[in-house]
Design a binder for this molecule. Structure first.
Ligand code: PEP
Length: 252
């Protein structure tokens, strides 16, 4: 049984996977979801170069489209970057910002993430803001402090429940097959909710807080049933329609 709260979101982060050969997966997913009554919003976030092709495959389906990252500026001399406005034009309704792979591989700070989230909101997209501790931080008993500080530093002032989603992704759980215990997930999500209510006043209770990190069909129901878990951000298991469906079905 999924936990109560705002309408959940299950978003698939394809990362740097999925060329044209992968278009069959969203096509299959759309067909499999056609007659399923869903309590959750479903989204796929493919690489930017195939957004338009995925958009056309998803035409007429319930599945939404998201980007994986955006630049803080709307346009300009930023070779290789993509603006939130461009993602919006390509058919996205949301964009992931501050994923731990961006924070680590591209040295993104909380301030960078805040500016990207602000850009997403400016363009009319929902910013899916990722936060989470490293293994060293967890072992050092710093998880709650790290998560609270990342949240405070990455959340633009004036954010609303409609234009903001928080994804709690322990760095050590991403792509490793490891997950925190359900009690650990519940503890962090409850802290995030409390912090959101402090930072966003009345809006805080409506913000969706996703759990991400090795979510699979086999563990999704248990993870999603925790209080203040309002969906999932899924990496590896979103690449195959049948696996992703196994997670989405928690909300059927
Ligand atoms: C992610 O990268 O956002 C993620 C959660 O990956 P995985 O599900 O593969 O752990």
């Amino acid at each position: 049984m999924a936990s109560e709260g705002p309408r959940p979101l299950v978003a698939g982060n394809w990362k740097m996977n999925g060329g044209v050969a992968m278009l069959k997966e969203p096509r299959l997913l759309a067909a499999m979801l056609k007659d399923v009554k869903l309590k959750a919003e479903v989204m796929v976030c493919p690489p930017a170069v195939i957004l338009r092709r995925v958009k056309s495959v998803l035409k007429g389906s319930k599945i939404k489209l998201g980007g994986q990252d955006c630049h803080a500026a709307a346009s300009g001399a930023h070779t290789g970057d993509i603006s939130a406005e461009m993602l919006k034009e390509a058919g996205c309704t949301a964009v992931i910002v501050g994923h731990s792979e961006r924070r680590t591989n591209h040295q993104e700070t909380d301030e960078t993430v805040l500016n990207k989230a602000k850009a997403a909101q400016r363009a009319g997209l929902t910013a899916i803001i990722c936060i989470g501790e490293t293994l060293e931080e967890r072992k050092g008993g710093k998880t709650l402090d790290v998560v609270a500080s990342q949240l405070k530093g990455s959340l633009p002032p004036g954010s609303t429940a409609a234009n903001t989603v928080i994804a709690y992704e322990p760095v050590w759980a991403i792509g490793t097959g490891l997950t925190p215990t359900t009690a650990e997930v519940a503890e962090v999500h409850s802290l995030i909710r409390k912090e959101l209510e402090g930072l966003m006043a009345g809006e805080g209770k409506g913000v969706r807080i996703l759990y991400g990190g090795s979510v699979k069909p086999a563990n999704a129901a248990e993870l999603m049933s925790q209080p203040n878990v309002n969906g999932a951000l899924v990496g590896g298991a979103s690449l195959k329609a049948s696996d992703f469906l196994g997670i989405i079905k928690v909300y059927a």
